[in-house]
Design a binder for this molecule. Structure first.
Ligand SMILES: Cc1cc2nc3c(=O)[nH]c(=O)nc-3n(C[C@H](O)[C@H](O)[C@H](O)COP(=O)(O)OP(=O)(O)OC[C@H]3O[C@@H](n4cnc5c(N)ncnc54)[C@H](O)[C@@H]3O)c2cc1C
Length: 597
């Protein structure tokens, strides 16, 4: 077995909570190779010249424009970066796909059309289609000749997707299924050639189908009038005795949930990648505007209030970036191991993404919320001009909002991340009991404030160990208290999810900065250390608040007092003048005249 395999076999999804992760086992964006950077640049050139110059026309839904841009993407190979060569793709790894998704993800409404096509549209065929379906549709989808959409949601079933009512009945001769029902909010529906449709065979077996646009009985509703991403096509899709050939079934009958949920794992991390791209664009334009806009005879970028915003936007994005690349590479390496073990590409891709489903759900939440923070502050920095459609940030603000809703709402993803973790604990895949019991013991003992850790990052290493203890204390006590009824205590689960999110972001940022020590110049490295210190200062406070909200809702008396004291102890971090540190980050941006991290 190769060295990579040996190293990675030990890494499992959700295990970050109990594992002493090291910088060596994570990947950071600064390690991208020349080819990956070249593909990233090609994607950037494409969106800069072809998409950002046409944003108004896209949002006005100029007929044929988005489909033609998808075709151009296809010509450049951007629809098939990770698709196998036999279907016309480049067969690149997951990380190379991440490079492209980050860049195209910033391209407003077009990015939604792109990700619906390349993600939820194409991947069900690649991963679950039989050879006939793959050969028939994938080459056209990779070249852009065909466009895809994904029909899961219905008027009566959104988050509760398995409650779908669309029904499929097999014909007497067994040659086709008759579909009847209605789908809601379908991205790309206005022009898609291929619809991935979920329906219940005989009203019970939830199953995926590939349905062609020109199938008799399929009709498309009007374009929805939306708050944002106005240029992406969103319509209802109706099926009235719609005849679908029996060979167009995806995967197994009654196993449609495996398709719907597995594809969503990948969709969720992709959404976080896209959020990184959106963050960079909104921060970049905020810096430029703040440098140019004069008030009180000085550029507004010289005001501390504006510096705070610019630096905080960068801090949140850099933490997100660290966690996204860490996870992207976990998926990539796990896939390599599975391929070595003889799995097919489809099996390896799916299993790798499923392994990190907890992280994907967490990143969906943290990515969409970091993006919302950035676009909101961008509007504020632009002031009144931020509210005008003549400036770029209003569009960014409107377009970002959907990200907290689709690919599973952020509430559903928060619930899922904790639920999936607890399921792995129950199955014995993650040992949460040992650390939870150790924390209980520690709470009874006198704290030991001495430390012989003299590393440059001693404070952060200690903080990571401690915030994990805080999580085990809170989650462990909640599990003990409510047992199987914990699922009904959503407020506590939301707090637990927020604590997990903070831990993953903080640890990923720490590991990346440690690795950067050997990559960046001393001066550049010091900026990342500043980002790290400010993030940790705020992160432990946020985590403290979540922990406190959770435990005060179920503990009382001595138990409550003991846990509150423990929480205080576990969320201690060195006192830092974050104002001064934030100014150094802002000054670097101001001097560079744009995003420079
Ligand atoms: C622009 C746009 C594009 C879309 N594109 C597609 C597409 O291409 N294909 C597709 O199939 N779907 C698509 N969707 C649908 C999208 O995935 C759903 O809107 C989303 O899953 C939420 O479902 P819902 O709107 O029915 O909200 P609901 O499920 O009704 O949720 C409403 C609120 O209740 C909360 N909630 C629901 N259940 C729970 C629970 N158990 N616990 C706690 N809170 C809960 C939610 O978090 C939310 O805040 C799109 C939606 C939009 C707006």
């Amino acid at each position: 077995m190769s060295e990579v395999s040996e190293k990675l076999i030990a890494i499992k999804g959700g295990e970050f909570l109990i594992r002493n992760s090291t910088p060596e086992e994570i990947f950071i964006p600064e390690e991208l190779n020349e080819e990956q950077l070249m593909i990233k640049q090609m994607a950037k050139d494409f969106v800069d010249t072809e998409v950002f110059t046409k944003l108004d026309a896209i949002d006005e839904q100029e007929p044929g424009l988005v489909p033609s841009l998808l075709e151009k993407c296809g010509e450049l190979g951007l629809l098939g970066v990770t698709i196998p060569e036999e279907y016309g793709g480049f067969a690149k790894d997951f990380n190379t796909g991440t490079c492209v998704t980050e860049i195209v993800g910033a391209a407003h409404a077009f990015s939604v059309a792109y990700s619906a096509h390349t993600g939820i549209g194409m991947l069900p065929i690649l991963y679950f289609g039989n050879d006939y379906l793959k050969e028939k549709y994938l080459p056209g989808l990779t070249s852009g000749k065909l466009k895809a959409s994904y029909c899961l949601t219905e008027p009566g079933s959104g988050s509760d997707a398995l409650a779908a009512k669309t029904k499929a009945v097999l014909s007497d001769d067994g040659k086709y299924y008759s579909l009847n029902g209605q789908k809601m909010w379908i991205t790309n529906a206005g022009f898609a050639d291929i619809f991935i449709v979920f329906a219940k065979i005989d009203g019970k077996d939830f199953t995926g189908f590939v349905v062609e646009r020109n199938t008799e009985g399929l009709s498309i509703g009007h374009e929805e009038k939306k708050m944002g991403i106005k240029g992406s096509s969103t319509c209802q899709v109706f099926f009235e005795n719609c005849k679908v050939p029996a060979e167009n079934i995806l995967g197994e009958i009654g196993k449609g949930h495996l398709i719907a949920f597995n594809i969503l794992n990948i969709g969720r991390i992709k959404l976080a990648m896209a959020a990184m791209g959106g963050n960079v664009r909104s921060i970049d334009s905020s810096v430029k505007y703040a440098n140019e806009r004069m008030q009180f005879n000085v550029p507004i970028s010289s005001f501390g209030a504006i510096k705070y915003k610019l630096s905080e936007m960068v801090i949140r994005n850099e933490a997100l970036k660290s966690a996204v690349w860490r996870t992207s590479n976990y998926i990539d390496d796990t896939k390599k191991i599975l391929l070595e073990k003889g799995k097919t590409i489809a099996e390896a891709n799916l299993a790798a993404a499923e392994e990190f489903a907890i992280e994907c759900a967490m990143l969906k939440v943290t990515g969409s919320e970091a993006l919302d923070y950035c676009v909101d502050e961008a509007v504020q920095i632009y002031g009144g001009y931020g509210f005008s459609e003549e400036y770029p940030v209003a569009r960014g603000y409107r377009d970002a909002r959907i990200n907290r809703i689709f690919e599973g709402t952020n509430e559903i993803n928060r619930l899922l991340s904790v639920d999936m973790l607890l399921k792995r604990v129950m199955k014995g895949q993650i040992d949460m009991m040992t650390p939870a019991m150790a924390v209980q013991k520690e709470l009874m003992s006198i704290p030991d404030f001495n430390s012989d850790n003299e590393s440059e990052f001693a404070a952060e290493e200690k903080a990571i160990k401690n915030i994990k203890k805080a999580f085990f204390m809170v989650a462990g006590a909640a599990v003990q208290k409510f047992m199987m009824k914990l699922k009904d205590e959503q407020e506590i689960l939301m707090c637990a999810a927020d604590m997990m999110n903070e831990i993953y972001l903080a640890e990923s940022l720490l590991l990346r900065v440690k690795k950067l020590q050997h990559i960046k110049s001393a001066q550049d490295f010091s900026s990342y250390k500043v980002i790290l210190k400010v993030f940790f200062t705020d992160s432990v406070d946020r985590l403290h608040k979540s922990g406190k909200t959770a435990i005060t809702s179920f503990a009382e008396g001595d138990e409550l007092n003991m846990m509150l004291l423990g929480l205080k102890r576990f969320t201690k971090y060195e006192f830092t003048n974050t104002t001064a540190l934030r100014r150094t980050i802002a000054n670097k941006l101001i001097e560079a005249g744009g995003y420079c991290f």
